[in-house]
Ligand binder design. Structure first.
Ligand code: UDX
Length: 466
């Protein structure tokens, strides 16, 4: 099929590259000339595992343009994957989606492509955009019926290609069996899992095929928000219990495993820590709260999860304050800045709030991240931090080091040796991933989230799971 994708962000690029890899002829359109020039030169504007290799493997079937005039009127599908930021009033700003719909409406001829709405949009938007497109066509004297399908994505940054090649499900908000048949044809190699996996992104060991879940347009739009809100609520829930566990002398990692063994609950997204961040959870929860309000639905659970998450980001400063008496004049090192490992993304990253709180308390802050240093310099140049070239150099002269992002390389640092470079051997493990016993044996005072400083509960865990 011939597919046009509008928007070269995370979603547009990953979707385009995957559709090209499985055999479609894909053109990506973006207004950002610089971005398009880079992409044409084979450079990617985002840091994403495997994207470069799969782009190379799909060369010949994928092209990039900033010129709407090259819009192919013979395309079978047009995917809208533009940004939907939060607008001034707190709701989703649909300017880019509307602009894309108008561009399509001004260019298509009698042979209408199927429109797939992949941007995350409030429930009801698909219907509104379908009507807008229909109106644009009517203005040009065209009576053809618009087909617009809601097709939300569920990809995680750092695993965008894995999630696109091997999704649990493909959600389709449709109106007819013809639309379902169209989507089945578009995603057939993914649904049947009969493509050769790209190098570096092997097929998972299970034999499960992705489900194509077809429902109505508005339910599909709400599924996207409900999925993100549910995951965020799950993390905030375990973080709320982490704080209680700490007060009553329990170990939250044991509690999480203990409840996660119940198949109704499941073990995923129960990692307690300094809270979630990223481009989706916070934005989407605020957006659905706003949309709920417009429909007299307050969504108190979603609101509470957001509040718990904000409080969680204050933990580091509170713990340091308690151990060091005062932050003023102290030197604190942050291991990790990105909102999670595997990405350089700093959008809504807990690290940014933590830096502001520590600097606000009078501390000098040193930072290191394996991927996000450049982005920090570009996007947050006003933050008063000292950037370190390596994790090792970060420890020099610190009164405390905080693990903010659980990059693999931080699990294997020579902590005993690095502790010797610190003024005080205090370590805050904001993600509960470090070996507490090893650190304590090396003379560190260790604070984590939802566990006692000596990590008693973990000893038992080993015994239970043998
Ligand atoms: C999320 C959704 O997972 C994805 O389906 C959706 O399309 C976009 O939003 P992403 O933001 O890339 O994806 O990251 P994710 O892996 O879900 O993690 C989000 C945040 O939660 C990170 O800050 C992570 O550190 C945190 N997290 C995750 C926890 O604190 N504990 C956990 O147990 C899991």
């Amino acid at each position: 099929m011939k597919v046009i994708i509008i928007g070269c962000g995370y979603v547009g690029l990953s979707t385009g590259i995957v559709l090209a890899y499985i055999g479609h002829e894909v053109t990506l359109i973006d207004r950002d000339e610089e971005k398009i020039a880079k992409l044409r030169a084979g450079e990617l504007p985002i840091y994403e595992h495997g994207l470069q290799e799969v782009l190379r493997a799909s060369a010949g079937r994928i092209s990039f343009t900033d010129d709407w005039d090259s819009f192919d009127t013979n395309a079978d599908a047009v995917v809208i994957a533009v940004g939907t930021p939060i607008g001034e009033g707190g709701g989703v700003d649909l300017t880019y989606v509307r602009a894309a719909v108008k561009e399509i409406g001004a260019r298509v001829n009698g042979n209408l492509p199927v429109i797939l709405l992949k941007s995350t949009v409030p429930p009801g938007t698909g219907r509104e955009m379908r009507a807008l497109l229909q109106q644009k066509l009517a203005e040009r004297g065209m009576k053809s019926k618009v087909t617009l399908i809601s097709n939300p994505e569920f990809l995680r940054e750092g695993q965008a290609l894995f999630d696109s090649f091997y999704p649990d499900r493909i959600v389709a908000g449709i109106d007819s069996h013809e639309e379902e048949a169209f989507l089945t044809a578009l995603y057939q190699p993914v649904l049947l899992q009969d493509f050769i996996p790209p190098h570096g992104i092997p097929r998972p060991g299970n034999d499960r095929l992705p489900a194509l879940f077809a429902t109505d347009l508005t339910s599909a739009e709400l599924i996207k928000y409900a999925a993100n809100a549910f995951l965020a609520v799950k993390i905030s829930f375990i973080n709320e219990f982490a704080n209680l566990a700490e007060s009553v002398g329990a170990d939250i990692t044991a509690v999480a495993r203990g409840i996660g063994l119940d198949q109704r609950i499941g073990p995923q997204f129960l990692q307690a820590g300094i809270g979630w961040g990223g481009s989706c959870f916070g934005k989407d929860m605020r957006a659905i709260l706003h949309a709920g309000k417009r429909h007299q639905s307050e969504l108190p659970i979603v609101r509470a999860a957001l509040e718990v998450n904000q409080t969680q980001r204050e933990l580091v400063a509170k713990k340091l304050q308690a151990k060091l008496n005062s932050l003023a004049g102290r030197t604190i090192g942050l291991l990790g800045l990105a909102f999670k490992p595997g990405t350089d993304d700093l959008r809504d990253a807990p690290s940014l709030d933590i830096i502001r709180q520590l600097v606000g308390g009078g501390a000098r802050v040193k930072v290191y991240d394996p991927a996000a240093m450049e982005r920090l310099a570009c996007e947050h140049s006003t933050l008063d931090v000292e950037c370190c070239p390596t994790a090792e150099s970060l420890f020099e002269g610190c009164d405390a080091v905080v693990l903010v992002t659980e990059w693999e390389e931080f699990l294997h640092l020579p902590y005993a040796e690095l502790g010797e470079r610190m003024r005080e051997k205090l370590l805050v493990d904001g993600r509960n991933v470090l070996d507490q016993k090893m650190l304590t044996d090396a003379g560190f005072t260790v604070c984590s989230v939802g566990r006692s400083d000596t990590g008693g509960g973990r000893e038992w865990l080993g015994a239970v799971y043998k």
